[in-house]
Design a protein around this ligand. Structure first.
Ligand code: S3P
Length: 428
């Protein structure tokens, strides 16, 4: 349990947010199955990405990690070896799902487990298409939940229509498709983040994108690359919102990834009237990045739905807090994916923000928030429920709360942002 700092008069300063979680995972994974050496700079040292390193070491890949510098000695598409130990993905859905895509094409047996949260997250969305391609996967509830057991091998290409816009599903199928003879396609209802597509190209491979359909023709051999990981916009989001809602604030976030499949939070802040500038926009290999400055702002409510949802899916907890400080009614819909994240984020966001006096209610596929409300707490205990993004959202909520608040399970933030509390306190 950690007391949170409340009633903050101002947040000022500059932060280098740590490397992007999605890109860090992919750099290790593609590095492992490429030929030759991959170097990664600004790798995220969060627990999720460390789980990815651990799993690939168990698959026989030599990976050296020195802080945020990582060197991966690639084994080639056929070079991973049967693990003698269980692959433990910890809290990381991305590790579980993308790893399954890689293991589907490997002619050996592996077992995959994770923590309590992973055990509740649906894996059928990836095991179903991978089984259609020819992988043998079993597990709890016919392979929908961990623990999972997988024996991969020769795969057939498929044309797959995913019912959810999920980069994890898309990426698992593309990674499996790398090994097949022929063209595998995935169509999604809305575009999800495209880091896998960009990074396959960076490793010398080829992927075709036609509107909402992505195709890969195998077999393809990848070549090791040197990668710089931009700052994670999903981590920056906590300080973007903090800067907008805490009085007398001005925060600059440096080297933030600005991939258009991830910038829904910027669109929302702009639509709500936030005072924000983006400078120094440039490309680092295949990913755009820039520096963002945000100031205390007068905000108005908005609607968030449809194709915007996958572009800000991980930011919805902190956007819910933002909406409590905007004049009017903010409606978030088409977001039932929130129910299958690290926690059911519709429930956890609504329950915890209500404890602080927010006017927020859950709907079947999102939430409705009436603003602007003053947050107050008298000896309130809020809970991250072990969900990193809920913990960080609550620490920012405390900044604008009058009273005393303690956070249960604050250590969850280390999943994606181990230095989060140090960075927050450096702005006070
Ligand atoms: C991720 C994709 C998203 C996101 C997750 C990371 C990725 O999940 O919520 O935190 O790295 O591919 P879905 O694509 O399943 O929505």
């Amino acid at each position: 349990m950690q007391p949170l700092r409340t009633n903050i008069s101002s947040l000022r300063g500059t932060i280098n947010v740590p490397g992007d979680k999605s890109i860090s995972h992919r750099a290790v994974m593609l590095g492992a199955i490429a030929n030759g050496t991959t170097t990664i700079a600004n790798f995220l040292q969060g627990e999720d990405c460390l789980s990815t390193i651990d799993c690939f070491r168990k698959l026989g890949v030599s990976i050296e990690q020195n802080g945020s510098d990582v060197v991966v000695e690639g084994k080639g598409l056929k070079g991973l070896k049967e693990p003698s130990d269980i692959l433990n993905v910890g809290n990381s859905g991305t590790t579980a799902r993308l790893l399954l895509g890689i293991l589907a094409g490997c002619p050996f047996h592996s077992c995959l487990i994770g923590d309590e949260s992973i055990a509740k997250r649906p894996m059928g969305r990836v095991t179903k298409p991978l089984k259609m391609m020819g992988a043998h996967i079993d597990g709890r509830e016919h392979g929908n939940y961990t623990p999972l057991s997988i024996r991969g091998g020769e795969l057939q290409p498929i044309h797959y229509e995913s019912s959810v816009a999920s980069a994890q599903v898309k990426s698992a199928i593309l990674l499996a498709g790398l090994t097949t003879n022929g063209t595998t396609t995935v169509t999604e209802p809305h575009r999800s983040r495209d880091h896998t597509e960009r990074m396959i190209r960076l490793f010398g491979g080829s992927v075709t994108v036609d509107d909402l359909t992505v195709s890969i023709t195998g077999p393809q051999q990848l070549i090791g690359a040197n990668i710089y990981v931009p700052g994670d916009i999903s981590s920056a989001a906590f300080f973007l919102v903090a800067g907008a809602i805490v009085p007398n604030s001005e925060i600059t976030l440096k080297n933030v990834g600005l991939n258009p499949t991830r910038t829904g939070i910027i669109d929302v802040l702009q639509k709500m009237g936030a005072e924000m500038t983006i400078e120094n926009i440039r490309n680092e290999q295949t990913e755009p990045l820039g520096d963002i400055t945000i100031r205390t702002s007068n905000l108005t409510a908005t609607e968030i739905s449809g194709a915007l949802i996958p572009r800000l899916i991980d930011e919805i907890p902190i956007i819910a807090l933002l909406a409590t400080q905007a004049e009017g009614t903010t409606v978030i819909k088409d977001a039932s994916e929130l129910k299958v994240k690290e926690t059911n984020r519709i429930d956890t966001v609504v329950t915890e923000l209500r404890k602080l006096g927010a006017d927020i209610k859950a709907t079947a596929d999102g939430m409705v928030i009436h603003g602007k409300s003053a947050l107050k707490a008298k000896d309130v205990v809020v809970d991250s429920y072990g969900d990193h993004r809920i913990g960080m959202m609550l620490a920012i909520a405390a900044c604008i709360t009058q009273g005393t608040v303690c956070l249960k399970r604050p250590e969850a933030v280390a999943v994606s942002y181990p230095s989060f509390f140090d960075h927050l306190h450096s702005l006070m």
